[in-house]
Design a protein around this ligand. Structure first.
Ligand SMILES: NC(=O)C1=CN([C@@H]2O[C@H](COP(=O)(O)OP(=O)(O)OC[C@H]3O[C@@H](n4cnc5c(N)ncnc54)[C@H](OP(=O)(O)O)[C@@H]3O)[C@@H](O)[C@H]2O)C=CC1
Ligand SMILES: CC(C)CCC[C@@H](C)[C@H]1CC=C2C3=C(CC[C@@]21C)[C@@]1(C)CC[C@H](O)C(C)(C)[C@@H]1CC3
Length: 619
């Protein structure tokens, strides 16, 4: 058996490649994972990463060639968008912290380097003038550079002029310029080499720690999640859905299968797909991918829900009885489950044909079950049809409202009412508001974790097509058989709670979305932020200065307002609230580790400034 080699020891100072680039920075080795053969290293700005051996070079060899012009990741961007320069209102303490985190650059010492420097200065002079002029203007422009595609492009062309000396001074692979005559050919070669290396680096993204209990956890969730949905549905169908009647009796297998139900689910998904591809509404840009590319998304969700409502009204007018959804709930769920399995299998298979830079960092463990569950490909698309975006925002989300509405009709039928109960109306209106708001602000989803970081696999396919429409509707389903009359004060209190939650949720999500899209937005100029080594900043005042996830706080208050109308007779309608606390606490900790990995010491600084995660002074 081949013994693993340990080339670098804990504590060694070496040069580590910055992921996705061809740049090397001084890093300290923290250890080697014997199993994955990945070295954990820490950059001088505090960022910890796992690197492959081939992405590490000995510092000695490097310095002899490069005269140790090593730069921290933050310095790498410093010419056009150093974190310190991008901060408009960040506290001097934070700016200083980042500045301190940057590795100091040693001045060229040899004659060769001095000569090199001279030529650099000659070449840079026009650029320096531009820079000076730019510096004299306000730094609004600089902030814009962070996230704006156009500016990314500007930066690149700027970088071409700037990068020449840098390349020759050996950020990565030092080459001496013989004279100015062959300068251009060297430049072209270096560029080619860098392009090749950047592609290679992107192709081997650093692995991130496994979530959800790792490989064993993935097996568990694959079995548990469908079983849990089944349990909820069987339980809510019981005459007395109390936990004392656990476990509910299992119906025969044939009871789950109904061709017509499968037909309706397929029809619904196809109908939503047609609405999605119609050239109506805005084409929004997603956040930059690792490759630098920005995908375009058709954000016409509001249009889709309006047309869907009209179509449902027309079907009802033609005599379609919507209470079919209530009476065939199990079969509709089973049909959606089958589709989600087929979709996940397709996603997993096609991920093997995807280019490496299209894979999600978190779903590339190499373990079939884990990657199938977590999602291997980040943005699977068929031409311009984005499968993840579509599934998350359309069939399940709009289906959720359709099912709730069907439950209101079923309640009237079962309870012999002329109108739905107050509780049913509240649940319907609250959740409708949540969905319509999500669709109205559809663009905001492009800056959420699912769209930016998570691969599309079973977890999201099942979550979008089964979990959301068939478990988020449980409160309405419950009310069909278990009415809960509400007093006027209770009604008023619940509505107030919902509105407060909604306000926090919407304001905080919009604030972050606006900041990520355009950090120099004048409406956000009063907000303080912390610069990070990646060039992005973190909001440290406003909603994101109150707690680290104000949007979760608002969402949880709304969840409470959805359960309260169902009363306290059973635990079942409180399922969403309990699940949601677990989901958001786990999501928060996933996000914390991801941000810690991305932003290093800047993230620690943010956490020291904003101490609570979701509930001020509590958690
Ligand atoms: N109803 C439901 O079932 C669910 C609803 N949700 C809701 O969806 C919404 C999106 O949630 P989710 O995707 O989990 O997370 P967020 O929208 O909170 O996104 C987290 C990301 O925001 C960025 N960020 C974090 N802190 C800051 C800061 N201080 N300043 C600027 N950017 C920051 C980071 O990304 P980066 O720095 O890379 O931009 C981070 O990874 C939430 O409102 C949530 O409540 C979520 C899950 C389920
Ligand atoms: C099956 C698992 C246990 C959990 C799967 C989680 C998914 C169901 C959720 C992950 C993030 C989601 C979001 C929404 C719905 C639930 C899922 C898919 C969201 C679309 C709901 C509407 C909101 O307005 C939103 C902010 C757009 C939500 C974004 C996240």
């Amino acid at each position: 058996m081949k013994m693993p080699t340990v080339k670098y020891q804990r504590g060694d100072m070496v040069m580590g490649r910055w992921p996705g680039s061809n740049l090397y920075y001084e890093v300290k080795v923290l250890g080697l994972d014997a199993k994955s053969q990945l070295y954990t290293v820490i950059y001088k700005d505090g960022t910890e990463l796992e690197l492959k051996e081939q992405d590490i070079k000995s510092a000695a060899g490097f310095q002899s060639r490069s005269r140790s012009r090593s730069r921290s990741p933050s310095r790498r961007r410093s010419r056009s968008r150093s974190p310190a320069r991008t901060t408009r209102r960040s506290s001097s303490r934070t700016a200083a912290a980042v500045a301190a985190a940057a590795i100091t650059e040693s001045a060229p010492s040899s004659r060769r380097d001095a000569k090199l420097k001279d030529s650099v200065e000659v070449r840079l002079s026009p650029l320096q003038q531009t820079k000076a002029a730019e510096n004299n203007s306000n730094n609004k422009h600089e902030k814009k550079e962070e996230n704006n595609t156009a500016n990314e492009v500007n930066e690149k062309s700027e970088a071409v002029a700037e990068a020449v000396p840098e390349k020759n001074q050996g950020r990565y692979n030092l080459r001496r310029r013989k004279d100015d005559g062959d300068f251009k050919s060297v430049e072209a070669k270096v560029e080619q080499l860098e392009e090749k290396e950047a592609k290679l680096a992107a192709a081997t993204p650093p692995s991130t720690p496994l979530d959800f209990g790792g490989k064993i956890g993935a097996y568990f969730w694959l079995l548990f999640l469908p079983a849990w949905v089944l349990f909820l549905l069987l339980q809510v169908n019981l005459e007395d859905p109390s936990l004392a009647n656990f476990p509910p009796p299992l119906p025969p297998l044939e009871a789950f299968w109904d061709v017509q139900a499968l037909g309706f689910v397929i029809l619904w998904i196809l109908f939503q797909a047609v609405l999605y591809i119609l050239p109506v509404g805005k084409l929004s840009e997603g956040m930059p991918l690792r490759s630098g590319e920005r995908l375009k998304y058709r954000t016409n969700g509001f249009f889709a829900i309006v047309v869907s409502s009209v179509a449902v009204a027309a079907a009802m007018h033609k005599g379609f009885d919507l209470t079919y959804i209530h009476s065939h709930f199990l079969q509709l769920t089973a049909a959606s489950f089958i589709i989600s399995i087929l979709l996940s299998t397709y996603l997993y298979v096609r991920s093997h044909y995807a280019a490496p830079e299209q894979l999600a960092l978190g779903g590339s463990s190499g373990n079939v079950v884990y990657d199938f569950f977590k999602g291997h490909e980040l943005n699977p698309r068929i031409k311009n049809f984005d499968l993840k975006f579509f599934c998350e925002m359309r069939p399940g989300l709009i289906g959720w409202c359709l099912i709730n509405f069907a439950m209101a009709l079923a309640e009237m039928k079962h309870q012999g009412l002329n109108a739905p109960s107050h509780s049913m109306i509240l649940v319907n209106l609250f959740q409708l508001l949540y969905v319509v708001d999500g669709l109205w602000n559809e663009e905001a989803i492009l800056t959420t974790m699912d769209l930016m970081h998570d691969g599309f696999g079973f977890m999201l396919a099942f979550g979008d097509l089964v979990w959301v429409p068939f478990t988020y509707t449980l409160q309405a389903y419950y009310l069909v058989s278990w009415p809960n009359p509400l007093s006027l004060p209770a009604l008023g209190a619940i509505v107030t709670l919902k509105l407060v939650g909604f306000y926090i949720f919407r304001k905080s999500n919009s604030e972050k979305n606006a900041f990520r899209r355009n950090p120099s937005d004048t409406r956000l100029s009063h907000l303080r932020n912390i610069p990070t080594a990646t060039g992005k900043s973190l909001l440290v005042s406003g909603w994101w200065g109150v707690v680290r996830h104000p949007n979760y706080l608002g969402d949880l208050l709304m969840a409470l307002a959805w359960s309260l109308p169902c009363g306290f007779s059973h635990l079942l309608p409180w399922y969403y609230m309990i699940y949601f606390i677990i989901l958001l606490v786990h999501r928060d900790s996933r996000d914390m580790s991801e941000c810690r990995r991305k932003y290093g010491s800047a993230w620690d600084e943010y956490c020291r400034t904003v101490r609570y995660r979701i509930i001020p002074r509590v958690y």
